[in-house]
Design a protein around this ligand. Structure first.
Ligand code: URA
Length: 435
């Protein structure tokens, strides 16, 4: 058997590792037999030479098995989850999990914190006073059985190899590699004991995948890795060239999701379409519905009857949160109005500029130890294509400290591009569906 040093020597020269070697390496990373320097060398070589499909599959499976997992079989419901590659204003999970549970699926949703410029579901939900995301696997399994869903953060014993390798990728400049991203995302999903997975791959200036070629590479890698593991997977590519919905921030996004769940006619059209498309695909994957029309009817029913809204509130209660305390707590936080600097048509709202402005105001982390301001954020009152006149309110900005509002407002003002020509017809927010 080759030593880790010999294996690394092979990898430096572009050789592929056998699945058993990948597994031994991952075990060594978790048990301290592979040093951080050796793991870093592997990651860099993986970026330079790329992993083969077989290596990516072996790495994913080994990382998924590196800790605890949820048992398959959730009270007779098919377990189907959704994962997004991350966008600006992407609060879809908050609506989707209760909707899918209301339609008869089990949704064991383990989410991440904000990554780079994108917000994380964990940070959003933690803005609800008292809400607990750090529940042990045994308690999560009980919630799934009783209510058909939970929303939690990655516990220390779920795919620990991913946590170790992700931290090393972060400091060795090896985050952006399709094989490593695939293994990182899917290892956590494989450990959820799923019967199906829907991936939302975001494409555009506000996403990690800037164009359709990059998105296609990631989609292919994810699909092949799921196929190799026997996990049915549907990929939906969605546009991320403007914020999704009206709000960007943590608490403001939770409020937008709650209001939209209460009455679908309040949901921003893009948020409505992305959410319902993803839930419909989950229902088809889980075998709850046989046709797209049946799935669309089922989602409409769960949404308009407020069944999903009730599940959302039950989840908050079961996980220790208080909606009324949160509303009362945030009611008096400082806010300011952002006005249009000229007249014309809104040609674009730059998602990166919005994300950076919210991040600078405290709505995200620049380093892991940063404390997040749960209210820092923006709520737009206008959309791309709307006509505006100089001085008209474009948005409201919010923060715990009034002193950050002028910079936040200026950042939002700069992100909104007003043109004199009429806006062009835009393509749908849903770019592609791969079943
Ligand atoms: N999300 C993850 O969990 N891991 C990555 O590598 C990228 C996005």
């Amino acid at each position: 058997m080759k030593s880790i040093k010999e294996l690394l020597n092979d990898k430096r020269q572009g050789a592929a590792w056998a699945p058993a070697d990948v597994e031994r390496f991952v075990r060594g990373v978790v048990h301290g037999e592979v040093s951080a320097a050796q793991a870093g060398a592997f990651l860099m070589a993986a970026c330079i030479h790329d992993l083969t499909d077989a290596e990516t599959a072996a790495l994913t499976t080994a990382m998924a098995r590196s800790g605890g997992h949820l048992e398959r079989g959730s009270g007779g419901r098919p377990a189907v989850d959704k994962h997004s590659t991350g966008g600006v204003g992407d609060k879809v999970s908050l609506l989707l999990a209760p909707l899918a549970a209301a339609c008869g699926l089990a949704v064991p949703m383990i989410s991440g914190r904000g990554l780079g410029h994108t917000g994380g579901t964990v940070d959003k939900l933690e803005s609800i006073r008292g809400f607990r995301m750090d529940l042990p696997l045994t308690e999560l399994a009980q919630l799934l059985h009783a209510d058909g869903m939970f929303m939690a953060a990655q516990s220390p014993d779920l795919a620990p190899a991913d946590r170790i390798l992700y931290a090393l990728r972060d400091v060795t400049g090896t985050v952006e590699n399709v094989g490593l991203i695939t293994a990182s995302i899917l290892s956590k999903k494989f450990a959820e004991g799923l019967d199906g997975l829907v991936m939302d791959i975001k494409v555009g200036s506000g996403a990690f995948m800037k164009d359709s070629a990059q998105a296609e590479r990631l989609a292919t890698s994810i699909k092949r890795t799921c196929d190799a593991a026997g996990l049915p997977c549907t990929i939906v590519c969605t546009r991320m060239d403007r914020p999704l919905g009206a709000a960007v921030g943590n608490w403001v996004e939770v409020v937008e999701a709650e209001v939209a769940l209460q009455d679908p006619s309040y949901a921003h059209p893009d948020l409505h379409l992305v959410t319902s498309t993803l839930v419909e695909e989950m229902l088809l994957l889980g075998g709850i519905c046989a046709t797209e029309d049946e799935a669309a009817d089922r989602v409409h029913q769960a949404w308009s009857s407020q069944a999903a809204w009730k599940i959302f509130h039950r989840m908050i209660e079961r996980q220790g949160g208080s909606w009324s305390d949160s509303i009362a707590h945030y009611a008096a936080t400082p806010q300011a109005v952002v006005e249009a600097t000229g007249s014309g048509v809104i040609a674009a709202i730059d998602p990166m500029a919005v994300a950076q402005a919210v991040l600078q105001a405290g709505g995200g982390r620049r380093v892991e130890t940063d404390r997040i301001d749960p209210v820092a954020g923006v709520v737009f009152q206008v959309d791309v294509g709307d006509e505006v006149t100089r001085g008209q309110p474009l948005a409201t900005v919010h923060a715990e400290q009034a002193s950050v509002l002028p910079d936040l407002a200026a950042g939002i003002q700069a992100a909104v591009h007003i043109a004199t020509a009429p806006a062009e017809q835009e393509p749908s927010v849903i770019l592609d569906v791969w079943r």
